[in-house]
Ligand binder design. Sequence first.
Ligand code: ZN
Length: 189
Amino acid sequence: MRKDYISWDEYFMSIALLSCMRSKDPSTQVGACIVNDLNHIVGVGYNGFPKGCDDAVFPWQREGAFLETKYPYVVHAEVNAILNSNASVRGARVYVSLFPCHECAKYMIQSGIVELIYLHNKYDDTDSIIASKKMLDAAGVRYRQMEEISLNVERSVINDESSTFLDYVRRHCARSGYKATDYTNDVSG
Ligand code: ZN
């Protein structure tokens, strides 16, 4: 038997990372993968505009007048994953590359997601994330940061001859080594 097979966490987080590569947002690419208690994927998503809202017409800018920015139009990865789901997400867990904002936290809670696994939290001290955690804690949604991904995938999946998927993941993850945070970081965390 092979010994270096990847864990479920690595597998599903990799799918979240692969999904974010579909995003056309030039500044932030986020992917989400929802998995039920049978370890079946029930939804995937990335941040993008609603169907029919052309990327050539709608803006990806972050600054300027509200209507000229992406904010009124973009659907976040977590919400897309919930809306794209092909089975119930009740009791499921979600893998996300970035800690969910307060809006996504609401949808996750209301759709019955019980656990959140994330890679980074670069907006940790913002009001959005503080509100997000406040709601997740109150609703009893567990969350934990994934430690380093140790994928051993040699085949390049991005259009860069020098890069492997692992390179991509490492680059995307911004930090060289994830702090192995408390894996049992639950509602009290
Ligand atoms: Zn969000």
